[in-house]
Design a binder for this molecule. Structure first.
Ligand code: PLP
Ligand code: COI
Length: 341
């Protein structure tokens, strides 16, 4: 690729805000449809102090990555899935839905204009963060009358400091991430404000992240604050079924597919007991930001359980290699998951 890269120390990137050249901005009235929009310089925006998103959390977001690949192309991984999920999220929060085509076109325009910020091959990815907010003023609890769709980007490296070292999790007895019939199954901003106190307390106690139990029966596992969870016992790979409070992760869906079709594992979406994970051969979490990261130990009721031998297991290793191999175009993509920009 003839394109010059920005002068960035790519090896030092973590997962943080990093201003780039431009972002996408579009607006839409309640009852209207999404069309138009434009690239604008990356920067602060203005909105009413009564904007619905600021008072009643009428906002959703997405997260996906653009990669510089072995074929010297810039590609996106399954952006159509993010386009479908943002429609589900918008519908749940009474916001106008956009078509997948409109979503993907806007994502491609932003990535196309910020190509020089995409980390070089093997150096991470350009994280793409679309958001939809109720920006019309509202004081009674009601949907806003106008909406803003923004997409900005940031070059990122590993989500957890220290790269892919096994995680030390705390299974929370004190907090739930989401209620069974609430908004946990969409990417609503309120789910993440609810997770701030639990994760800050977990970090202060020396844990990387919180593992949430299902709110309707605290014996079953839901997910990690920023990713879905898997465990392997023998040839069986299990992840919690989409109970209603779990975010349907695109990485989760991809891992289920790769595990069944490329690794020959028996995959199951079921009710996953915390005590089964303690006895697993391995466990890992999966998501856009965390990719595939092994879980080394889980603490519950003041007891610490080592998972497997505490290291990255064979399924996590192979699944990570296969997933990242497809994303970097090092191995074939038989599923049409890769979308060149
Ligand atoms: N679960 C939660 C709560 C998340 O925030 C994420 C990240 O988006 C995931 C799971 C994984 O989803 P995906 O693989 O689509 O990134
Ligand atoms: C992602 O993986 O894209 C996420 O959204 C996780 C977290 C950064 C919120």
């Amino acid at each position: 690729m003839s394109l010059n890269k920005q002068n960035i120390d790519w090896d030092q990137l973590g997962f943080s805000v990093f201003p780039t050249r431009s972002m996408w901005k579009a607006t839409c009235e309640s009852g209207g449809g999404w069309s138009g929009g434009e690239l604008v310089p990356y920067g602060n925006i203005e909105m009413s102090p009564a904007a619905g998103v600021l008072h009643y959390g009428q906002g959703v977001f997405e997260g996906l990555k653009a990669y510089h690949t072995a074929k010297d192309r810039i590609v996106l991984f399954r952006p159509d899935m993010n386009g479908q999920r943002i429609q589900d999220s918008c519908r749940r929060l009474c916001m106008p839905e956009m078509t997948t085509e409109y979503f993907m076109d806007a994502v491609k325009k932003v990535v196309g204009d910020n190509m020089d910020y995409v980390p070089p091959y093997k150096k991470g990815g350009l994280y793409v963060r679309p958001v939809v907010w109720g920006t019309g003023p509202t004081i009674g609890v009601a949907p806003a009358d106008s909406y803003t769709f923004l997409i900005f980007t940031a070059p990122v490296g590993p989500y957890f400091r220290g790269g892919i070292k096994p995680l030390n999790l705390i299974a929370s007895e004190t907090y739930h991430r989401a209620a069974p019939k609430g908004i946990g199954n969409v990417k609503a901003i309120g789910n993440y404000s609810a997770s701030l106190e639990p994760v800050m307390k977990a970090k202060a106690d020396g844990f990387h992240e919180v593992l949430y139990l299902r709110a309707d029966d605290e014996r079953y596992v839901d997910e990690v604050g920023s990713a879905n969870i898997f465990m392997r016992k023998g040839n069986k790979l299990v992840t919690p079924r989409l109970s209603g409070s779990i975010l349907p992760g695109i990485t989760r869906n991809s891992i289920l597919h790769l595990a069944a079709h490329q690794l020959g594992l028996d995959v199951e979406e079921g009710d996953l007991l915390l005590e089964d994970i303690f006895k697993a051969d391995e466990a890992f979490c999966a998501g856009t930001a965390v990719v595939v990261t092994p879980i080394g130990q889980i603490t519950f009721q003041n007891e610490t359980h080592q998972i497997g031998d505490g290291n990255m297991g064979e399924a996590a290793t192979e699944l990570r290699q296969t997933l990242v191999g497809i994303q970097r175009e090092e191995i074939d993509d038989p599923y049409g998951w890769i979308h060149p920009v």
